[in-house]
Design a protein. Sequence first.
Length: 194
Amino acid sequence: MYRWMRNAHLLVGLLAVPMLLMYGLSAVEMAHPTWFSRRPEVREQFVQINPAPAGSDGRTLARDLMQRCGLRGVLMAVKPTAKGYHLELGRVGTSYTVDYDRTLGEARIRTTTRTFMGMLNRLHHIGTVRSPSLAVDALGALVLLVSVCVVWLAVSGIYLWFQFHRERVIGSVLLALSIAYGLTLMILIRTASP
């Protein structure tokens, strides 16, 4: 049992490392934003859409712009305006804001491209498996899998610690300290004023 548990502990740890490194690096970036450049690149372009596509509504307009201009991502918002539509499309590294004016037959497309650290920041906040994007859902499933792996690492690590009698004391002390540290942080975060 010990050998199987040790091998499983090592394998699960290796599988979780890339995702844990991503979360760790993005957490450092959020805690110390001045250390990294997160200023996104913003571009603006104007596209003539005259006449508007037949039966045009916001979704049809978004599909047309995706084909014509190479916009990629998930359509997150479609809002009718007095003169046309306001659309928001996006994926993890890039987002698009489109303001279509039917009186001018023109769409203003604002493209915001995040830096690598800005993209990691966005990845850190994704945690769903019910989005319109298959890639976001896959990432959400991966987050769930890595979360289960981390719980497995904790439980199997405690088991492995206690298999060595001479390490039980230091293991108990370290476990108690880590629980006390974690609980103290949670209490401070919940009660600290902003």
